[in-house]
Every structure is written in structure tokens, then in C-alpha cells.
Design a binder for this molecule. Structure first.
Ligand code: SAH
Ligand code: DHB
Ligand code: MG
Length: 232
């Protein structure tokens, strides 16, 4: 099985199950033209995020890692007119591209794009004591995914989904020779969910391996649980 097959299958699925979408296509085209890295979720993945949000009637979504706003648009379209999506992006130049794409999608009124390193903007967001989020999409620097995951647990309601992208990376997750910050972050993510008492009791999680137009990778899905009343 090869990348050509994975590309062809993604194209097959897009042709049949996804509507042609000029706004999303233009968002990708403008991101590419501005020199942003071509690492947005695929159309099929974007639609999965959208459906996940819709299926739980999400009203508040948090995204960490905006890039050009492609996944942002997919997710924000799942929200009601009075919903809110907060998206965090470190690179001001990327955020400018995203803001234009979100505007063109007619979503500016429900998307709050905050520019800055997420480990700076998350405490500011939490200090505002926002109503809990229904879904968090973690898709920024993978080295910090465990930190973002802790924030996500703190900022969500029971029944919320936390999705962490790019946790497999061609199987590097389990290749003990690979010790890059990204891969260490993805391992640490699994370890805290498995064994950190503050986290393990709060979520139930699994990781799904994927192939497709973006190669061999995968994502972690965590359901936020009711607080364990027996432990106070
Ligand atoms: N979610 C996007 C892709 C995000 S790519 C989509 O699928 O369309 C990862 C993004 O995270 C990049 O834009 C990068 O600039 C941003 N990022 C990296 N480190 C960050 C940090 N510390 N804080 C906030 N954003 C960060
Ligand atoms: C990278 C980041 C992503 O969020 C992604 O989906 C793919 C690749 C990266 O940093 O290489
Ligand atoms: Mg990603």
C-alpha cells in the first residue's frame, strides 16, 4: 500500500461524500499562496471534526493551532449562530491569513482568533472563567500537546471531546530511537492519560491510526468524564 493509493482513496471519498466548497478551497489556496506550510487537516478529516462537533450539539469549541483557518472553518460551521470558537495561533502572519479566510467564510462573528503562544494565551483565557468548552482540537506544536491537554481537561464539560492531531507520525510514536520534542510530546500525552492521577481519572481515550493524503499518522480522541464523586 502506498501514498498514491491513500491519495486516490481520499480523492474517491471527497468526490462522493464531500460537497465542492469554494470557501474552503480558497482558504487553502490563499494559505499556500502566502507560504504557509501545507499541513491543514485533509477535507475528510475536516468533515469528521465538523460532524463530531455537530453530533454533540457543540456550542463552544476551542482550537489550538489555527494555521490558515482551514480546520477552524470546518469546526465553526458546526456551531449555532450564537456559538463561539476560540482559536489560538502563535504566528501573527498565519493569523492574518486565517482571519481573512474566516471573514470570507462569514464566520468572524463566532470565531475569536487569539494571537500568541498558546501557553501564554491559555492562562489568560482561563482567567476569564469561560463557560466550559464542548470540544477542543489540539493541533499546534506537538511538544506541548500534553500541556494543552491539561488545559483542555480543565476547560471542558463532562461529555466534551478532546482531539489531539498528529500523534502517530509514521509510527515514530513507538520508535524508541526517535526522541524529537514532537514525538516525546506525543508519548508524554499517552503517558499522562494512562497514569497521571489528575488526568487519567478525568478522561477515557483512544488513539486511531490513519492513512490518507497526509501520509501515515493518527489522532487521539478523549471523552471528558463526569468528576468521580466518590473521591470528592
Ligand atoms: N489546525 C490547522 C493546522 C495547524 S498547523 C488546520 O488543520 O487547518 C499547527 C499550527 O500551530 C501552526 O499554525 C503553528 O504556527 C501553530 N503553533 C505552533 N506552536 C504554537 C504555539 N506554541 N502556540 C500557538 N500556536 C502554535
Ligand atoms: C505538522 C503539524 C500538523 O498539525 C500537521 O497536521 C501535520 C504536520 C508539522 O508540524 O509538521
Ligand atoms: Mg495537524
Amino acid at each position: 500500500m502506498s501514498q498514491a493509493t491513500w491519495d486516490a482513496v481520499d480523492a474517491y471519498v471527497e468526490d462522493r461524500l464531500l460537497e465542492p466548497d469554494a470557501v474552503l478551497q480558497q482558504a487553502l489556496a490563499d494559505a499556500n499562496a502566502a507560504g504557509l506550510p501545507p499541513i491543514a487537516v485533509t477535507p475528510s478529516q475536516g468533515k469528521q471534526l465538523h460532524l463530531l462537533a455537530r453530533s454533540i450539539g457543540a456550542r463552544r469549541i476551542l482550537e489550538i493551532g489555527t494555521l490558515g483557518g482551514y480546520s477552524t472553518i470546518w469546526l465553526a460551521r458546526a456551531l449555532p449562530p450564537d456559538g463561539l470558537l476560540v482559536t489560538l495561533e502563535r504566528e501573527a502572519r498565519y493569523a492574518d491569513v486565517a482571519a481573512a479566510n474566516i471573514e470570507r467564510a462569514g464566520l468572524s462573528a463566532i470565531v475569536d482568533l487569539k494571537v500568541g503562544a498558546a501557553l501564554q494565551t491559555l492562562p489568560l483565557l482561563a482567567a476569564e472563567r469561560p463557560p466550559p468548552f464542548d470540544l477542543v482540537f489540539i493541533d499546534a506544536d506537538k511538544a506541548h500537546t500534553p500541556d494543552y491537554f491539561r488545559w483542555a481537561v480543565q476547560l471542558t464539560r463532562p461529555g466534551a471531546w478532546i482531539v489531539a492531531d498528529n500523534v502517530i507520525r509514521d509510527g515514530a510514536l513507538v520508535d524508541t530511537e526517535v526522541r524529537t520534542p514532537d514525538v516525546l510530546g506525543n508519548r508524554r500525552l499517552h503517558e499522562i492519560i494512562a497514569g497521571d492521577p489528575a488526568i487519567a481519572a478525568r478522561v477515557s481515550a483512544t488513539t486511531i491510526q490513519t492513512v490518507g493524503a497526509k501520509g501515515y499518522d493518527g489522532y487521539l480522541l478523549a471523552l471528558v468524564l463526569e468528576p468521580d464523586r466518590a473521591r470528592g
